[in-house]
Design a protein around this ligand. Sequence first.
Ligand code: PLP
Length: 457
Amino acid sequence: MSSAEDLELLGAALERLRAGFADLPPADRPTDQAAIAQVLTEVADRLRDNYPYFHPLYAGQMLKPPHPVARLAYELALWINPNNHALDGGRASSAMEKEAVADLARMIGWDTHLGHLCGGGTMANLEALWVAGQLHPGATILASTQAHYTHRRITGLLSQPFEAIPCDRRGRMDVAALERRLAAGGVGTVVATIGTTATGAVDPLAAVLDLRSDYDFRVHADAAYGGYFLLADNLEPETRQAYDRLGDVASIAIDPHKHGLQPYGCGCVLFRDPSVGRLYRHDSPYTYYTSTELHLGEIGLECSRPGAAAVALWATQRLLPLVRNGEFAKGLSDGRAAALALHERLGQDDRFVTGGPPELDILVWAPRAGRVSDASNLSRRVFAQAAQRQLHLALASLPVHLFDVRDIERDRDTIICLRSVLMKPEHREWVERIWGILDEATRAAGVGASGGARPGH
Ligand SMILES: Cc1ncc(COP(=O)(O)O)c(C=O)c1O
C-alpha cells in the first residue's frame, strides 16, 4: 500500500473519531503549518541517515517494519494520546489492551492469565523476575550462557543471585548441566530462552519443565523474540516440542515489537496464575478514582504507558488473528524457510563455516580461514563489502563451539561471525538475491583467495 493511500485511510478514520467529540465547544488552536512543514522536511532529511530497515536487503539485526494497520492505528490513537496507566487516562485503549493481551495468552493456551503490555522485552523480563524473586526471595535465578544479557543485569537490579548454565553446540541450555546445578540446591527460577538473540536457539523447554518432578523451581520463558513461532508450521520436531510445552511455564515475556508487527515500545508479560497480581498491590494518591474496574497500572511496574501501542496491537490482531495457518503465521514460516534456504547455501559452499541449522529465522556463519582470528577479520570484511552492495548483515561475537570449525586453528575462544535475521516474510523470495550479493561481497573480501582457503580440501 502506498503512503498516499495510507494517509487517505487515516484521514477518513480521523474524521470518524473527531465526530465522537463534535458536541464539545470548538477549541482548536491555530498552528503555523508552514513552520511545521519546514521542520518536517528537516526531520525527513535527518531520518535518511538510517539503514533501510523496511527493505528485504536489510537482513541484519532484529528489525521488522510495523504492519501498515499498526502504524495507522497508532497514529489515529495519537489524536487522543491515551495513557494506559489508568482508566483515568485511557478508557478505550485500556480495554483494547486487555483484549489484545488476552489474545496473546490464548495463543499460548491460557484461558485465564494476568498480563499487560510494557516497554519491551527488558521490562517484561524484569517484571517476571521481580515476581519470581518475591516468590523465592534470595534464591538463585538461572539462565543459559546464550540468554539475553538483560537477565544478569535485571537480577543485579533485583539483588537476586544469578548463574549462567552452559549451552550445547546449538546454543541451547545444557539440561545435564542444569540438573547438576539444581541438585546443588538454592535455585528458585530457571529462565528458558525461546529464541536466543544471537542464533534463535530454543532451550529444551520440555526437559527443563520435567526436572520439576525432582526439584522445586519456577520456570520463566523469555520468548521475547521467539514466542510467536508457536504459530509456525515448519519448525523442526525438537523445537516444536518446546513450543508445545510453552503453556506449562509460570510466566512469559513476548515482544509484539519484535515479531508482532508493532512499532517499538510494545512488550508483553504474561503470568499463568492471575493471583500474582497481589504482589503488585499499591495505592496511588493520584489515580484509579474514575472506575472500580481494574486499572492496568495496578498490575504493572511502569506508570505512564502509550495507549497507542495497545490500539496498534489490537488493530493488528484484528486484521491478522493469531492462529496457526493464518496470514500472520505464514509470515513467520516464510522467514524461517528463508533462513533454512540461506543456511543450506552457505553449508554447501567451502568458503564458509556455519553454525547449526537455524531453529527460527536467524542464522550465523563465518568465512573459512586458517585461524579463528583470521576468520573473524574476514567476517568484518564481508560485512563491509556486503553493505557497499546494499546488503546489510550483522556481526556477532560468539563462542567458537557453536561453529563447525574442526579444521580451523582455535587461537581464540570466540569468533566474530556474520549474522542474519530474516524476519520479513519477503525474505523468502529475496534469498537468491541476497545470496548473489553475499557471493560477490565474499569474493571482494578476498575469502578463499589468500589464507581463506579450506585447508586439506
Ligand atoms: C531473547 C531476548 N530477550 C530480551 C530482549 C530485550 O528486549 P528489548 O530490547 O525489547 O528490551 C531481547 C532483545 O533482543 C531478546 O532477544
